[in-house]
Design a protein around this ligand. Structure first.
Ligand code: EPU
Length: 423
């Protein structure tokens, strides 16, 4: 197992290019299962989750290969129906195969994802929507078995805003007979990116980016040919990196139009932004001012950047309140930040972060992807060395993070760590 060793205390100065978005690439890869033929996705990030989705497509018979930032997915012979436990347990987004498989093959057997480090994360809304479209669903031996001859368009009111739930239902509705209306749909930019790719392949979708998405089913779609949108969460993470190290990063391909809530909060904290011909220059000179934040579905403040903002707030010159409303257990980074000297109290879904003047390096453990990013950020600002173990979490969602940070002057190295119990 790899760990990262970060020697903190140096301002980051340099350029960072933002990669394609993980959470757009994964549903787009699954959407290829709706088609028959040769799909092409470009600007795909080189990430562990993308490779896992590639393996899932392989097991379903969709041959795929990667060349640089492109993935070619051939679905001509894709006849498989099963997303096995071994893959779903390593990546919940495997559940995105469910909608396309039922719609295109009439049958899917997808392992139930189960809980994970950030919460229980059920998929009842995905199932409710598919049932409304005429799918027969049974749960057997930890698997969802879904069957339908041809899906029928339906009106579906989601009980809560779910990103992959909306994506699964939009994908299924594309090949249903008749019109589907998905109410209380997720408005996340990744949902819009997926819908745009599907529209270009012949789907009839309107309302993407609003709370009501209407899909008129068609008989078939052509293969996808789409450039994945840039990763707003990666961009937000590097913005915090500039702020927390009081450095100056020129960020290229940052999807600013999708980051209003984040940029707003960072500006409140004193981080400066300037659009230049070379990219977006993000800088800070002083300790951050305290800002309170509440996570929410898009266009609210993204839960996927809550941990990173908390790292910044650990050094604020007052006291800040951070409230998590999307996942019930997304404060796993708090005890680790405390090991670096942060002063944070958690009550239920609220954390009160009293700023400290300085964080100090320590050994910490990453528990999930965004918690890992938070620890890297805190480590960049901390005095001395921080050893972050279980860095595989980071590799799921941040392309070449050690190289990107290194190019901006950070001292970050990968080291192997003996497995627990071994010397
Ligand atoms: N929920 C239900 N029932 C459902 C679906 C969701 O109760 O059927 C609940 C969840 O338990 C959660 C809330 O609804 O409390 C929102 O979950 P959502 O379904 O929107 O999350 P997701 O689709 O599983 C995606 C991202 C996550 C991101 C969330 C929220 C992908 C592949 N994953 O997950 O990304 O945090 O939306 O924005 O798009 C990450 O990248 O680190 C990550 C966790």
């Amino acid at each position: 197992m790899d760990k990262l060793v970060v020697t903190g205390g140096r301002p980051l100065v340099g350029r960072v290019r933002i990669s394609g978005a993980k959470n757009a690439a994964l549903p787009l890869m699954a959407a290829c299962l709706l088609t028959r033929g040769k799909n092409r996705l470009t600007n795909v990030p080189g990430l562990r989750d993308v490779r896992t989705m590639g393996r899932l497509l392989d097991t379903l018979g969709a041959k795929n290969h990667t060349r640089k930032d492109r993935i070619y997915i051939d679905t001509a012979e894709a006849r498989g129906e099963e997303a096995p436990y071994e893959l779903v347990k390593t990546m919940r987004a495997s559940v995105l195969a469910l909608g396309p498989l039922v719609a295109r093959r009439g049958r899917a057997r997808v392992s139930l994802p189960g809980g994970c480090a950030i919460g229980e994360r059920p998929i009842d809304q995905h199932l409710k929507g598919l049932e409304a479209m005429g799918t027969k669903i049974v749960l057997e031996e930890g698997y969802v078995v879904a069957e339908a001859k041809r899906l029928k368009g339906a009106e579906i009111s989601l009980d809560l805003v779910t990103v992959t739930g909306t994506e699964n239902l939009v994908m299924a509705a594309c090949l249903a007979k008749g019109t589907s209306v998905i109410k209380n749909a997720a408005r996340e930019p990744e949902v819009v990116d997926l819908c745009q790719a599907l529209i270009n392949a012949g789907a009839r979708i309107s309302g993407a980016g609003t709370a009501t998405i209407t899909v008129e089913g068609v008989d078939e779609l052509s293969p996808l040919d789409h450039r994945v949108m840039p990763d707003r969460i990666e961009a937000g993470t590097y913005m915090v990196a500039a702020g927390i190290t009081r450095g100056e990063l020129t960020i290229t391909e940052a999807p600013l139009e999708h980051l209003s809530a984040v940029v707003g909060k960072l500006k409140e904290a004193g981080v400066r932004f300037q659009q230049t011909p070379k990219g977006l220059v993000v800088s800070a000179r002083r300790a951050p001012k305290p800002v309170n934040l509440i996570t929410g579905p898009y266009p609210g403040f993204p839960t996927d950047l809550q941990a990173q903002l908390m790292a910044l707030m650990a050094l604020n010159n007052g006291s800040a309140v951070v409230q998590e409303t999307i996942f019930e257990n997304r404060f796993m980074h708090v005890p680790e930040l405390r090991r670096l000297g942060a002063d944070i109290e958690v009550t239920g879904s609220t954390a009160v972060v009293k700023g400290v003047r300085q964080l100090k390096g320590a050994k910490v453990m990453a528990t999930d992807l965004r918690a890992s990013a938070c620890l890297v950020l805190a480590a960049l600002a901390a005095e001395g060395d921080t050893h972050i173990s279980r860095v595989y979490h980071l590799d799921r969602g941040y392309e070449k993070i050690d190289q990107k940070l290194g190019a901006a002057g950070a001292k970050v190295r990968r080291a192997s760590e003996p497995a627990p119990g071994k010397k």
